[in-house]
Design a protein around this ligand. Structure first.
Ligand SMILES: C[N+](C)(C)CCCC[C@H](N)C(=O)O
Ligand SMILES: O=C(O)CCC(=O)C(=O)O
Length: 480
């Protein structure tokens, strides 16, 4: 008998088929989950707030977004200029304050901000530290500020942009963070998928659907892919250029130890993320099974690391905190010509969080590639092993594991910073191909497609203003 992280016991004889039995569903919608009370309580709570994935020590500024009215031309914000700041009154109770120096530094007129390259032209260090506006005005398009200078220098700050970038206090009026949908094994019923035709279509609508799947779920299938390395490489390159590693650029591999890694064997591989030994682990990983003859096994495993982490946090918060703080060294040493370790060599925690929001942003876990644990305090060694046992139980629980026997023609891509993958042992001749894409290339493509197909409120509100959209890009884009 073995124990899952939920204290459930399951017969060891669980077969692949029974492991595909599913218990959980998207926990963000707090749906009923047929598992023990502890998890059900967790799912309800986790569905209530994204806070479920923050370390307990983090704090996040109050979110005033619900209270703010949209700015209308006949109801413009009240503005006032103080000694060092400009205040903007959104309504009687909600004010934002911006330092004069901050406003001047963020002027985006063509003289201060290159309209094509989107780079700052203004010399920040020539701004007088005590700069004050000579005039401020509340205009329909935004806050207009006239600065002291030999010739008139007027800056316009769109209201929606000021709301989004308000820091005193923080308000997230126009922040549209794409929803992440956590999933367990029940995703098997309706996994995110696109067709090869959609992904390859020149209008990029299908490509946006594909990347939106990955953004929301951390993975996506691609159906109807011609079972060739060439077609699979072209498919991958729709997202961005392939990230070349010691395994080559586009891989076409089998169990012949052509490279010094267990991926090139018939062994089972437990749920892991790849390239934990790189300072910057690969962002996406695409796999396409080209053939498997004269043998069985080789099923593919996917686990939503964010889902598993949310369970760990709810049921074992101390373990969650430990995995969020203890650095894990990792290596790739199977090829004589390479010996990879991250920088710094002490590595990174299993669970990494956004320093500003406190949100979980990366899972980095490959117990096979883990090096000697140097950094543990003696008194925490056994506690740490207990924590990774609990983590492993959450990863290997039938609630979390999504097993699928891939066939040629169906590829899958995972966000290697969130979703863990693995495979069951196999025999016979099995040929797999695929490639990595860097996390920045993936997020850049998603940002470009979002700009085109799902512009946020600031882009919509400012696109008609003069000098704003140049070279196809809005100078008020939230990424700048
Ligand atoms: C994907 N490909 C077959 C090229 C190599 C896989 C390397 C796996 C390695 N242990 C890691 O976790 O990064
Ligand atoms: O062979 C497979 O199905 C997956 C191999 C794997 O996990 C990897 O290459 O990282």
């Amino acid at each position: 008998m073995w124990k899952s992280c939920l204290g459930l016991t399951r017969p060891r004889a669980a077969t692949l088929a029974s492991r595909s039995r599913i218990l959980s569903r998207n926990i963000w919608r707090s749906s009923v989950v047929k598992t023990n009370a502890g998890l059900a309580a967790h799912l309800t709570q986790a569905a209530a707030s994204a806070a479920a994935l923050r370390p307990r020590s983090s704090t996040v500024a109050a979110d005033l977004s619900e209270q703010l009215p949209d700015v209308s031309p006949d109801d413009l914000p009240i503005i006032s200029s103080g000694d060092r700041k400009v205040a903007v009154g959104w309504d009687t109770r909600t004010w934002s304050r911006f330092h004069n120096i901050w406003l001047r530094d963020h002027c985006r007129c063509p003289k201060c901000f290159h309209p094509v390259t989107k780079q700052r032209l203004l010399n920040t260090f020539e701004i007088p530290p005590d700069i004050k506006p000579v005039r401020i005005e509340s205009k329909p398009q935004g806050l207009e500020v006239s600065w002291p200078s030999t010739e008139p220098h007027i800056s316009l700050y769109p209201w929606s942009w000021l709301q989004r970038n308000s820091y005193d206090p923080v308000i997230k009026k126009t922040e549209t963070v794409p929803e992440k949908i956590l999933w367990g094994a029940k995703i098997e019923q309706s996994p995110p998928s696109v067709t090869y035709e959609e992904a390859m279509a020149g209008d990029d609508k299908g490509l946006f659907k594909w990347l939106t799947n990955i953004e929301k779920f951390g993975f996506s299938f691609i159906q109807g892919v011609p079972p060739t390395p060439e077609a699979t490489q072209k498919l991958t390159e729709r997202i961005g250029f392939i990230r070349e590693t010691q395994y080559g650029k586009f891989w076409d591999f089998t169990s012949d130890l052509a490279m010094g890694d267990t991926a090139y064997t018939t062994l089972a591989l437990g749920a892991h993320t790849d390239t934990t030994y790189f300072t910057d682990p690969c962002g996406l990983q695409l796999f396409h099974l080209l053939s498997h003859t004269d043998g069985t096994g080789g099923a593919s495993l996917l686990v939503d690391g964010f889902y598993a982490a949310s369970i760990l946090k709810e049921l074992h918060p101390d373990a969650y905190d430990l995995l969020s703080t203890v650095n894990i060294p990792s290596h790739a040493a199977g090829e004589p010509g390479v010996l990879y370790r991250p920088s710094p060599p002490s590595g990174y925690p299993v669970l990494s969080h956004d320093a500003e929001s406190g949100e979980l942003v990366q899972v980095r876990w490959n117990n096979d590639d883990r090096s000697v644990m140097h950094g543990l305090e003696p008194g925490r060694v056994e506690e740490w092993y207990d924590a990774i046992r609990k983590w492993n139980s959450c990863l290997t629980s039938p609630d979390s594991e999504f097993w699928v026997q891939l066939q040629p023609g169906t590829a899958w891509v995972v966000d290697n910073h969130r979703v863990l993958h693995g495979r069951s042992a196999f025999d016979g001749k099995r040929r797999m191909c695929g490639a990595y894409v860097g996390v920045d290339e993936y997020r850049s493509k998603l940002a470009v497609l979002t700009e085109k197909f799902a512009p946020d409120a600031v882009l919509q509100a400012t696109s008609e203003l003069p000098y704003v959209v140049v070279n196809g890009r809005n100078i008020w884009n939230s990424a700048l």
